[in-house]
Ligand binder design. Structure first.
Ligand code: FES
Length: 741
């Protein structure tokens, strides 16, 4: 299977994943065991230090440190140690000893066997599939608006009440026991469900609230309270990290794909349904300051406290690779995602924690995706609200209004690292850093970038030419000029500044007749206004590779103040054999190298008498491009030597014979179908069915509408290729189609 849209992969996703796994696993050995032994010893040293501080500390500061160290010990027991050991990361190493998944005992309030059942049998195979994934955030807790609401979700309001937080350390064990019972086909609410969990809870309670406090003598109460706070804090930390990884706003929920899910689709779901968190440096520094109390020579890298929860995307592709190896291959996985046009999700932990509290509160009520954004909608549809309540109270799936509304579309957020005013503020140049994982992306002179920009209530997609090719720059540079009624261009000029982020719709498009892959012998460039941007990229290529090239630039502007890149053009003229002729609509007042003039046959004949022997590159407003084409033809230029940047590929050819064909298009997430003929695009079908799909060019160019296809064939796949994602705007059905929309 190949992938459509923003992908440069020539092999299947599953093949790439398997190869990376084999390569990494082959490197495992004693070094990995040594690492995990050190972590286990460090965890015990932290717990010992916590106990000493609580039992003997004698000050509020000692108590505070003891509590935090207890929490860090719990975090370590779950993350770097338990989570990975119980995944069998070391089972294949003959000398793994106690670090075998069947032998490991952790200091955490969950029975390891029950956790393995829930986690390995439900969570990993069914990641983010509603009703099948039993991980935290599903079933008992509701953290995604797309999940059905059941009456017991009201209880999650308790989780945001500080007085009830202490129940968290027991709640997770009880929940896991119930989930394991359900998975193994046992009755859930039976005494037989809870003996293992009860046993663990009793052991921990007797240690935390009896043995250790009584051993502390006069500090009995301090120790008991410190242990309670430490256990709560540790379990809460685990809860939020786990919740973030599959419930942050940038991950997706899925319906059950059924047994037909291919290996590529499986891995794609894992990637789209998982996010890594971005750590908080300030918080890390504070924790490291607290850890200075622990007497342990050469402690391991601080990232052990996240134990693969900060490389969760890697973990979901390679569940039994240990966390030190997951950290090692992060760049490879980023590249893999970029090659296959998939998002490499990351989300800041600082932003998520308040968001999670809000979600726990708001999703305790029967809100769907639409109502979360606007809770009053629920009141505006009272019948729907009553239905949801009725089904939720009876613990039945709501067969009516779906909670799951829309898929997420793949965008890559990129940071603007510099802006520069051009032409007295009539335009701005934006330098944009490559998003993570795009390091290997290259593009030629004449390539363009698609951006998705929210303007008021709408999200609009536009294309902008890149000012430099990838040999000249490892960042994206675009120049955007204000235009009358230009909603996106004016918005970017007014609002986009250094440090802000912009949404890119995939890597640059570097194909098509306007892209200059090889240098022409005698180019003529005709630029109008901001149309100079791709052309200056071409001239830079000439300056770099063949400065003696006989090149001519005719640059048309409204007036002398509208000229963009005036200085750069002058410098390039000095470095090359380029001849530049500037023309303005209105007579220039102060600069003698400017002429008044508009494009015409006579002007072209006068300034480029050998035009018919050149390759002509035109980037200008549509009307100028049309005039230039007519004049060049009149002057004898062969059509195949006229290259233009119009951001418009050939119009879609709708086969006349397709009008009699009938195909059914199913939009799975929207739970709706429509019948169309073979001449109707899937975007048109979506609109007719009331399904919203973002779009831009509507000609298969900008990738704004790339959507996951679950089933069926389109005319884009007539060569036998099976595309997992398609540009629906230019896709015509050749069979019944099912889209994940
Ligand atoms: S590719 Fe631009 S809207 Fe479909």
């Amino acid at each position: 299977m190949t992938l459509a849209g923003p992908t440069v992969a020539d092999r299947s996703l599953a093949t790439d994943v398997a190869e990376l796994y084999e390569r990494t696993r082959a490197r495992m050995g004693d070094e990995d065991l040594e690492h995990i032994r050190t972590v286990a010893a460090y965890s015990q040293a932290i717990k010992k230090c916590s106990r000493e501080l609580l039992q003997q500390g004698g000050s509020a500061d000692a108590m505070r440190r003891g509590v935090v160290l207890y929490a860090l010990h719990s975090l370590l027991e779950f993350s770097e140690l338990g989570h990975n050991i119980l995944h069998g990361s070391y089972d294949h190493l003959s000398n793994c000893g106690e670090f075998h998944s069947d032998r490991w005992v952790w200091d955490f309030n969950i029975d390891p066997h029950e956790w393995k059942v829930m986690h390995h049998q439900n969570h990993h195979p069914f990641t983010n599939i509603t009703d099948k994934d039993h991980d935290l955030g599903y079933s008992i807790v509701r953290l995604q608006p797309g999940q059905d609401w059941y009456a017991h979700h009201v209880v999650q309001l308790a989780l945001i009440a500080p007085a009830l937080l202490s129940s968290m350390s027991y709640y997770m064990g009880v929940y896991t026991a119930m989930s394991a019972a359900r998975t193994e086909g046992r009755k859930v609410l039976r005494p037989s469900t809870f003996p293992a969990t009860s046993n663990i809870i009793a052991q921990h309670a007797s240690r935390d609230y009896v043995r250790e406090p009584f051993a502390a003598g006069p500090r009995l109460l301090h120790t008991a309270l410190g242990n309670a706070l430490g256990a709560t804090l540790g379990h809460m930390a685990v809860f939020f990290l786990v919740a973030l990884e599959h419930h942050a706003p940038n991950v997706e929920l899925f319906h059950d794909p059924g047994p037909g899910e291919t290996p590529d689709q499986y891995y794609e779901r894992q990637i789209r349904g998982t996010t890594n968190f971005e750590r908080s440096e300030r918080f890390d520094n504070w924790l490291q300051f607290i850890l200075a109390d622990v007497d342990f020579p050469n402690p391991p890298d601080f990232r052990i406290f996240y134990g693969g929860l900060d490389t969760h995307l890697e973990h979901h592709l390679f569940p039994d690779l240990p966390p030190n190896r997951q950290r090692e291959i992060q760049d490879d996985v980023r590249d893999l995602c970029a090659r296959h046009g998939l998002p490499y999700n990351t989300y800041p932990i600082n932003t998520y924690i308040p968001l999670a509290f809000r979600k726990l509160g708001i999703l305790a009520l029967p809100m769907g995706e639409r109502e979360v954004r606007n809770p009053l909608r629920l009141l505006r549809a009272p019948i729907d609200a009553v239905r949801r309540l009725a089904y939720g109270v009876r613990f039945q799936r709501n067969p009516y209004e779906p909670y799951l509304e829309a898929p997420k579309f793949f965008d890559a957020k990129a940071k603007v690292i510099r802006t520069r005013r051009e032409a007295r503020g009539q335009a701005h140049t934006f330098r944009i850093a490559k998003p993570a994982g795009w390091d290997d992306i290259t593009w030629d002179a004449g390539a363009f970038l698609s951006v998705r920009v929210p303007v008021r209530d709408e999200t609009l997609v536009r294309q902008y030419s890149l000012v430099r090719d990838s040999v000249d720059s490892d960042v994206f540079e675009i120049c955007v000029k204000r235009v009358e009624d230009g909603r996106v261009s004016n918005h970017l000029n007014d609002a986009l500044r250094s440090g802000k982020r912009i949404m890119l719709v995939g890597p640059p498009t570097s194909d098509g007749p306007f892209v200059m892959k090889d240098l022409p012998e005698r180019p003529l460039f005709i630029a109008g206004g901001v149309g100079i941007t791709p052309i200056i990229s071409m001239i830079r290529k000439i300056a770099r590779e063949a400065p003696d090239t006989d090149a001519v630039l005719l640059y048309f502007n409204r007036d002398e103040h509208s000229i963009v890149f005036d200085d750069e053009i002058r410098q390039l003229t000095e470095q090359t054999n380029l001849r530049v002729e500037h023309f303005c609509d209105v007579a220039p007042r102060s600069r003698d190298h400017l002429r008044q003039g508009r494009i015409s046959v006579n002007l072209l004949r006068e300034f480029v008498p050998d035009l018919a022997d050149r390759d002509v590159y035109v980037c200008a407003p549509g009307v100028v491009v049309d005039l230039a084409r007519d004049f060049c033809t009149e002057l004898g230029l062969p059509a195949d030597r006229f290259h233009t940047e119009s951001f418009s590929p050939p119009a879609l050819v709708r086969p006349a014979e397709g009008a009699d064909d009938r195909y059914r298009v199913r939009f799975r997430r929207s739970d709706t179908d429509i019948e169309i003929d073979g001449c109707t695009t899937l975007l048109e079908a979506a609109r007719s069915a009331g399904v919203t799909v973002p779009s831009g060019c509507e000609r298969g160019l900008c990738r704004a509408c790339v959507s996951p296809k679950l089933r069926g064939i389109t005319q884009l796949e007539s060569d036998g290729a099976q595309l997992a994602r398609i540009t629906v705007c230019n896709s015509l059905p050749r069979s019944d189609i099912e889209l994940d929309l």
